[in-house]
Design a protein around this ligand. Structure first.
Ligand SMILES: *Cc1c(COP(=O)(O)O)cnc(C)c1O
Length: 481
C-alpha cells in the first residue's frame, strides 16, 4: 500500500517554522531533544488529498446503511449542526455570569422540561456525559436514597440476562452485588425467578423496555409491583427510546429513575468516542439527590443554576454536561414536535418489522413475537455445522457491500445473535436492498462458503485480528519503514 511517505521529496515541504528564540536544552533533557525529525516533505495539495482519502475510508451514517442494534445509528439532521454553531451557543464560556447566558440556560431548562414530559419523570439533570455515566449517576442516587432512609441492608441490584453490559458494570462500580434474573421463553423477565431473588436486600432492578431483544415486556407493571413491594426501586435504561417515544413512558410503567442517550434517540452524533450526553430523570422522591447544578427558572422568570440540592450526590462532570449535544437534541425535539416524535417511534417499529418480515423464514428467529424498534435473529441453525459459516463471517461479508454490519453476538442469550436496528429514517428501498444483500450472503454461504469465511475482500484492510487491533494497534508509519 502506498503511503504518504512514498511521496516525500526533500525541499517540497510547505511549512515554514519561525526561528526558535529560546534555548530548549535549558528546559528539556537532552534525551528528549532531536536534531532531525523525519517528517515527509509534501505540497499542500498532497496533504489535503491524503487526509481526504483517509476520511473516505470511514463508514458513517452519512455514507451508508448502519443497522447497529442497540446503538441507534440514526441520521443526524444537519439543522442540529447549524443551531449548535450559532455563535451565542458555540462561543459561550462556562464561567460567564448567568445574566449573559440566559438563552443557553433557557434552552437547557426547556430541554429538561421536554425530557421530563417524554419520560414521565418529575425532574431531570442534563449533566452526565454518556449513557453509562447516566446509569452510574442514577444508581448512586438510588444508593443515597436508601442510605438516607437508614436502609443500609440493600446491597443487591437485580439485572436480567438480556441486559446491556454497562448495567452490571454500573451496579458493581457503585458497590452493589449483581444478581442476575433469567428471561422467560417470551424474552421477558421470568417472573417466578424474579420473585425468588427479590428480598429486603434489593436496592433496585435495572431494566430496558423494550429490552435488547427488541421485545416489550408486557408484564412491566407486575414486575414493578414485585420490586416496589420489596422496598426496591426501578431503574430504566432508556438509551434507546426510539420504540416508545410518545407512545409509552417509563414513569407510567412504574420506573423511578431513567437515563437517556441523547446521542442515540435524540439524533446527536456518536461513534468514534463522543462527546455524548446521558441525562437522568427521577421521580419526586429522588429529586433531592440529583447531581448539581440543575437549571431552574426563578420567580422573576429568569434562568439560573441551582446548587441548593439538599442531598445531592455531587457533581458528576465539569460544568453542565456536553452543552453542544444539548443544543442538538433540543433542536431535534423542537423541529419534530410531539407529532413528529410519535412518527419517529411508529416508523422505527414499522421499519424493524418490515425488515424482519423480509428475512423471516430464511434466518432463525429465537422468539416468535412482534418486535419493536430492533430485532434479534441468527443464521439457520444448521448453517454452521454444514458450511462452517458463522455470524461473524456474515457480518464481515456485509462490508464488501458497503453496509455496516449489525451488532453481533449480543444479547448473550441468543447463540450466534445478529441484532438489527434499521431506524426510522431509512427508506423502503434501502431496507429492500439490505435484505437482498443479506439473503444473497446466506445463499453464497451454502454455495461457496469460502468467500464468506474469508471476507471482507473489497475493503482497505482485510479481516483483522480484532483483539490484537485493539490491544496492539499500529498507529504510525515512518519514513523509510
Ligand atoms: C449504548 C447503551 C448504553 C451505554 O451508553 P453509552 O453512551 O455508550 O455509555 C447503555 N444501555 C444500552 C441499552 C445501550 O444501548
Amino acid at each position: 500500500m502506498n503511503t504518504i511517505f512514498d511521496e516525500h521529496e526533500a525541499g517540497r515541504g510547505t511549512s515554514y517554522l519561525p526561528e526558535r528564540e529560546i534555548d530548549l536544552a535549558r528546559y528539556l533533557p537532552r534525551s528528549a531533544l532531536r536534531a532531525e525529525l523525519a517528517l515527509p516533505e509534501l505540497a499542500e495539495i498532497q496533504v489535503v488529498r491524503h487526509f481526504t482519502g483517509l476520511s473516505r475510508r470511514n463508514h458513517g451514517v452519512d455514507s451508508g446503511f448502519y443497522p447497529l442494534g442497540s446503538c441507534t445509528m440514526k441520521y443526524n439532521p444537519k439543522i442540529n449542526e447549524d443551531t449548535a454553531r450559532l455563535p451565542g451557543f458555540a462561543s459561550a464560556h462556562p464561567y460567564q455570569s448567568e445574566e449573559t447566558v440566559q438563552g443557553a440556560l433557557q434552552l437547557m431548562w426547556e430541554l429538561q422540561q421536554d425530557l421530563q414530559e417524554i419520560t414521565g419523570m418529575d425532574a431531570v439533570s442534563l449533566q452526565p456525559a454518556a449513557g453509562a455515566q447516566g446509569e452510574f449517576t442514577g444508581i448512586l442516587m438510588i444508593r443515597a436514597y436508601h442510605r438516607l432512609r437508614g436502609d443500609e441492608g440493600r446491597t443487591q441490584v437485580i439485572i436480567p440476562d438480556s441486559a446491556h453490559g454497562t448495567n452490571p458494570a454500573t451496579a458493581a462500580m457503585a458497590g452493589f452485588e449483581v444478581v442476575h434474573v433469567p428471561s422467560d421463553e417470551r424474552g421477558g423477565v421470568d417472573l417466578d425467578a424474579l420473585h425468588a431473588v427479590v428480598s429486603e436486600k434489593t436496592a433496585a432492578l435495572m431494566l430496558t423496555n423494550p429490552n435488547t431483544l427488541g421485545l416489550f415486556d408486557e408484564r412491566i407493571q407486575e414486575i414493578a409491583q414485585v420490586v416496589h413491594g420489596a422496598g426496591g426501586l426501578l431503574y430504566y435504561d432508556g438509551a434507546n427510546l426510539n420504540a416508545v417515544l410518545g407512545r409509552s413512558r417509563p414513569g407510567d410503567m412504574g420506573f423511578d429513575v431513567v437515563h437517556l442517550n441523547l446521542h442515540k434517540t435524540f439524533s446527536t452524533p456518536h461513534g468514534g468516542g463522543g462527546p455524548g450526553s446521558g441525562p437522568v430523570g427521577v421521580k419526586a422522591a429522588l429529586k433531592d439527590f440529583l447531581p448539581m447544578p440543575t437549571v431552574t427558572q426563578r420567580a422573576d422568570g429568569s434562568y439560573g443554576l441551582d446548587y441548593e440540592i439538599p442531598h445531592s450526590i455531587g457533581q458528576m462532570r465539569s460544568f453542565y454536561g456536553n452543552f453542544g449535544m444539548l443544543v442538538r437534541a433540543y433542536t431535534y425535539i423542537r423541529s419534530l414536535g410531539g407529532e413528529g416524535l410519535l412518527g419517529v417511534a411508529d416508523d422505527a417499529v414499522l421499519n424493524a418489522n418490515y425488515l424482519l418480515a423480509r428475512l423471516r423464514g430464511s434466518f432463525y428467529e429465537p422468539y416468535d413475537r412482534t418486535p419493536k424498534h430492533e430485532f434479534v435473529i441468527a443464521p439457520p441453525r444448521d448453517l454452521k455445522k454444514e458450511t462452517g459459516v458463522r455470524t461473524l463471517d456474515i457480518a464481515k461479508r456485509l462490508l464488501d457491500f458497503s453496509v455496516h454490519p449489525p451488532t453481533v453476538y449480543f444479547p448473550l442469550i441468543v447463540d450466534e445473535a445478529m441484532m438489527l436496528e434499521p431506524t426510522e429514517t431509512e427508506t423502503r428501498e434501502t431496507l429492500d436492498a439490505f435484505a437482498d444483500i443479506l439473503l444473497g450472503i446466506l445463499k453464497e454461504a451454502q454455495e461457496d462458503p469460502e468467500v464468506v469465511k474469508t471476507a471482507p475482500h473489497d475493503t482497505v484492510v482485510g479481516r483483522l485480528d480484532e483483539a490484537k487491533a485493539v490491544r496492539a494497534p499500529r498507529l504510525r508509519e515512518t519514513l523509510g519503514a
